[in-house]
Each structure stands twice: as C-alpha cells, then as structure tokens.
Design a protein around this ligand. Structure first.
Ligand code: BES
Ligand code: ZN
Ligand code: ZN
Length: 508
C-alpha cells in the first residue's frame, strides 16, 4: 500500500489524527497579549514556554509534538521548525522531520497546513509544483528504511494519508490545484524510484547475485514495457567483454551485462548512457579486503540501483528523453580461478589493462559498461559507482565526488544535484593523476600507487569514454550511511536517483 496525498480542504471524511504545522522562529517569538494566535491560547502558551525554556526554538528540522487534550479538533499537533525561503531542500527536510515525528507517535493520517507566510516565498522562487514535489518526497523518503528479514516479518511504518490543506487565502495566491497535484504525483514517482534503489541495495549478497540483479532488471523492464538485453558470460565472451569477465571469473555466480533501452524522444539524436556499477558483493578478490565492515560491500551495486531507480522513475514520468541504461554486474571473489594482480586483460574497447589490485574492480567492469553504452548509440555518458574509499576521505558522507571530461555536462549535473538536494562536488583531473595509471605491461593499469585515488579512479573510467561528454559520480561515501539524517535512512540511501532523474527528464 502507498501513502495517499491530497491537496485541498478536507471534505467531510475522516478527521486526521494530527495537524502538521511548519513554523518560523519569527512566528514563535511573538509574545504578550498582542501576539497572534498560533493555534489556540493554551496550546500557544505551552509552545511559547517551550521556546523560552529553549526546548523548541523552531530551528530548521526541529520538531515539537503536542497532544491537544480536547483543546483542539485533532489529537496532536506536530510543529516543525522552518526558515522561510529555505528552498526545496529545506522543504524536503522539514517534511522528513514531520514524517519522523508522526512515526514516533504512530500517527498514520495527517493534515499539513499550508501558509503563505511560511512557504509563500519558496513557491514564488521555485514554483508550486516543485514545492509540492519536495514536500511529497520528504514525507516518503524519510520513512523508507531497511526492512530486516526476520522470522516474524514486521511491516514498515506506513503513513496512510497526507492532506495538504491551504489556509484561507492561500489558494488564490499559490494554490492552483492542478499544479499541486502534478507536483505530488512527480514526487511520488521519484520517491518510489529511490525506494526501489534502496531496497535493491539493502538486499544481502546471498540473495542478490548478478543473475538475480538481472532478474530484477527484467521485471522492471517488463512492467514498463522496455526493451532489455541480459548478456550472459557466453555472449559477453563473443562480444569481447574481457573486463567484466575477468572480474566475475572468481565467483560461482557468473557476471551479466544488463542493457535497458528507453525511447521517449524518438526524434531526438541524443541518447543518455547511464552506467551503474553492479558489484553484488566486493570481497576485494585476491587483494582481499579487511574483515571489519566488509558486510557493507553488499552496497557495491548502489550505482546499478541508482540507474535502475532512475529508469523506473523516468519510465513512469513518461519523460521525453532517450536512455540506454547499462549495468555491468559481477561478484568480486577470490578463488583458484579468480583474476589476480599481474594479469593483463583485454577490455571490450580493445584497450588492455594491467591488474595491480583486484579490489579496484569497479572501474574494470565500468570500462566495458561505457563501451557497451557507446556501441548501442549513447551520445553522452554518466556513470554512477561506489568506486573508491578515497572519495570518503575527501568528502566524507556529505557529497558524491564527480569527475568529467566536459565542463558543460558537469555544470548540468551540478545544477540537477542542487535541485535534488543530493550534494555533488567536482574533483580535479590533473595530468599527474592520469600519469599515475601508466603501465609498463598494458595500455593502463587499474590503480595508481599515489594519493588522489578518487580522481585517479574516475580518470581510469574516462579513458573509455571515447571523447563523448562524460561525468563520473563516485558514491563511495554517499550510497550507504551509518545513521539516518534528514530524508535519508540508515543503510542504503538510493543516492543519485533523484539527480539522474532531474538531469535527464527535461533534457534531450
Ligand atoms: N567498492 C570499493 C570502494 C568502496 C570502499 C566504496 C568502501 C565504499 C566503501 C572499491 O571497489 C574499492 O575497493 N576500491 C579501492 C581502490 C583501490 C584498490 C585503488 C579502494 O578505494 O580502496
Ligand atoms: Zn573493490
Ligand atoms: Zn567495489
């Protein structure tokens, strides 16, 4: 079941269990007899006492849940701190805070009061549809966390109904119902895409092998009537995908190259190639990883999940663009038949690679992923990958690192990320970083020995872009987080789904 979102005044029906009210510090500060009523005099007094005691100061994302004990028409009021003019991300965060507060009191039906004084500025700046989308996304994203696989399976907390209720006078200024409804639907579709990506990423490695990932992709393609190719190890051999095959050869679970075609703009000559790293589990291979934290490497297909989540949303939005989604997927295992340091492999592009570290496997499968996208007609490329631990050293869990060969495409990606609230930060591409990949044994080696690993890893992939505009997004620090924040739960975040959708949905 899904949350239903409605815009408009309540028309009879069931009374919500809670009223959500975004409140600014200025509104809360007003005191004395002349103060405007916020809700009702006793409730206002309680709220202001929280303010003077510095318990609730209406700071962004701060919440205060007050039971109304019959003093007001609904049993609870959830106040959410908001700074007017905070933009889409501020709204998304406020909605996420509200959703978490509602969950804490197990309230499943809520009404959100829309006030011109609080969100009017944002509507003027960004448009009512974008505001509706951001609020919807915030409610949905905050609650979509990992569902543990237990003997007794518990259902994830579901917010059943959210009504956006315009205050008097709001509709005339900011409230075209159709525009709000459009934004709500878009927010639901996009949040669904993120939820899909999170669920896939949270699947354990024993459930999600490359073949199983291909099965999920087939299901997705069939549901949306999209053309899909699942290339098995035999066809991959015929097509010369030596990179994918080398990384996958150590595992009993064979690799796959998944290609999904979405043609929403048949007249356009442009086709986005979206390539997602799909390592279903990364042990490091013969260059074995250390044990602590290795379980997190179930998320090494977070790039693949982001691409699939974006394809799902783009298909549901019926966006007028062309996409080729490519997912090279393999399990990186050590074994007697695994690839090993010193091996020289021939990628699909013809370029050879000296393997110096089998743990730098993502870039090798992505090399064949880029070539696959190009051979099938992609004209610009974006790859998404949990590529390096180094990006985490640079940007922490805060931002996705980006590497490019094309400043124009990079600025489009950054703009999209500013809209989505998923932070992206460009990394430098100094000539010395390219040099670090020089090999005596092959065209290039798969890892440099020096620092600057996130840039170097990105540049390796760029070698296979054949001069097409290309951006690489390293989600090594953002695909999986240790504790929840804002609209992101603990575990898989589904990061980059929204940025990819924002980037591609209007652009040809
Ligand atoms: N999947 C890892 C990168 C990673 C590590 C992402 C931790 C998120 C959290 C990748 O395949 C890897 O192991 N990269 C190596 C590259 C190195 C050997 C050049 C790394 O970053 O250590
Ligand atoms: Zn690795
Ligand atoms: Zn990896």
């Amino acid at each position: 079941m899904a949350t239903s979102f409605i815009y408009g005044a309540r028309s009879g029906g069931q009374m919500p269990e809670a009223l959500v009210r975004f409140i600014t510090e200025e509104q809360l500060k007003g005191s004395g007899v002349s103060a405007n009523l916020i809700v009702q005099s006793e409730i206002d007094a309680r709220l202001r006492s929280s303010y003077t005691k510095e318990i609730f100061q209406a700071k962004p994302e701060q919440t205060e849940v007050l039971p109304t004990f019959g003093l007001f028409e609904v049993p609870y009021i959830v106040f959410v701190g908001y700074k007017a003019g905070s933009g889409l991300d501020g709204l998304r965060r406020a909605a996420a805070a509200a959703a978490k507060a509602l969950k804490s009191i197990r309230v499943k039906g809520a009404e959100v009061l829309l006030q011109s004084t609080v969100i009017g500025q944002d509507i003027t700046d960004k448009g009512a549809d974008a505001v509706a989308q951001a609020l919807t996304e915030g409610f949905l994203l905050a609650l979509h966390d990992r569902k543990p696989l237990k003997k007794e399976m518990a259902e994830r907390f579901l917010l059943e109904a959210v009504t956006f209720k315009p205050e008097e006078g709001f509709e005339e200024k900011h409230g075209d119902k159709l525009v709000w409804e459009q934004g709500i639907v878009r927010g639901q579709i996009i949040a669904d895409g993120v939820g899909y990506a999170r669920d896939l990423t949270n699947l354990p490695g024993n459930d999600l092998t490359p073949e199983r990932l291909a099965f999920h992709a087939e299901e997705l393609a069939n549901t949306h009537d999209l053309e899909i190719e699942v290339i098995d190890e035999w066809t991959a051999t015929e097509q010369g995908m030596g990179g994918l095959l080398a990384v996958g050869q150590g595992s009993i679970n064979p690799p796959r190259m998944i290609v999904i075609h979405y043609k929403g703009a048949p007249e356009s000559s442009e086709t986005w190639g979206l390539i997602g790293k799909g390592i279903t589990f990364d042990t490091g291979g013969i260059s074995l990883k250390k044990a602590p934290g290795m379980e997190e490497m179930i998320s090494d297909m977070g790039g693949a999940a982001a691409v699939l989540g974006a394809v799902k949303a783009i298909a549901e939005l019926k966006a007028q663009v062309n996409l080729i989604a490519v997912i090279p997927t393999a399990e990186n295992m050590p074994s007697d038949r695994a690839y090993k340091p010193g091996d020289v492999i021939r990628t699909m592009s013809g370029y050879t690679v000296e393997v110096v570290n089998t743990d730098a496997e993502g870039r090798i499968v992505l090399a064949d992923g880029l070539t696959t996208a190009i051979r099938r007609g992609a004209t610009k490329l974006v790859d998404v990958a949990t590529l390096t631990g180094a990006v985490m050293i640079t940007l922490g869990y805060e931002a996705t690192g980006a590497v490019t060969n094309n400043d124009q495409l990079m600025s489009e990606v950054i703009q999209a990320s500013e809209k989505s609230g998923e932070q992206v930060w460009p990394l430098p591409t100094y000539p010395a970083f390219k040099k670090a990949l020089k090999s005596d044994a092959a065209d290039l080696k798969n890892a440099g020995s020096s620092y600057g690993g996130a840039s170097i890893g990105g540049l390796f992939i760029g070698h296979f872009a054949e001069d097409l505009p290309w951006v690489h997004l390293d989600i090594g620090g953002t695909a999986w987080i240790e504790s929840s924040r804002g609209w992101e739960p603990k575990g898989a975040t589904g990061v980059m789904v929204r940025t990819l959708v924002e980037l591609t949905r209007n652009a040809n």
